[in-house]
Design a protein around this ligand. Sequence first.
Ligand SMILES: [Cu+2]
Length: 127
Amino acid sequence: MKLTGIILGLTLMFGGLHAAAFEKEASSKVAVIKLSSEKPLVVGNNTIVFEVFKNGKATTGDEITVKSFMPAMPGMPYMEDKTPAKELGNGKYESVVNFSMGGTWQIQIFVTPKEGKKYRLKTSVNL
Ligand SMILES: [Cu+2]
């Protein structure tokens, strides 16, 4: 009984350490990209990890640029942030994305693979 409690406690603890505060998936016929962040998304800078899979396999050597934008709203101009991602390995790429205000942001992920055609995946986030 006591041991079970300890094991459960440890499982919850380590589970908690690995859980991402933000997770989202973008996919097309070409690829699947998993977005995640250790911290919840905020207005300002966000470190987002992009995991790129092609045919179920993690990619390497891709060049990735992340564009986030919000269409113009009454009394507010179009807003955009565009930043390259750096490769971390194992199909993971990291980018610091700046959201300058709360609301819905459209995200476009531009991928230039080491081999094959360039492609783009779209998703969105709310904050
Ligand atoms: Cu706006």
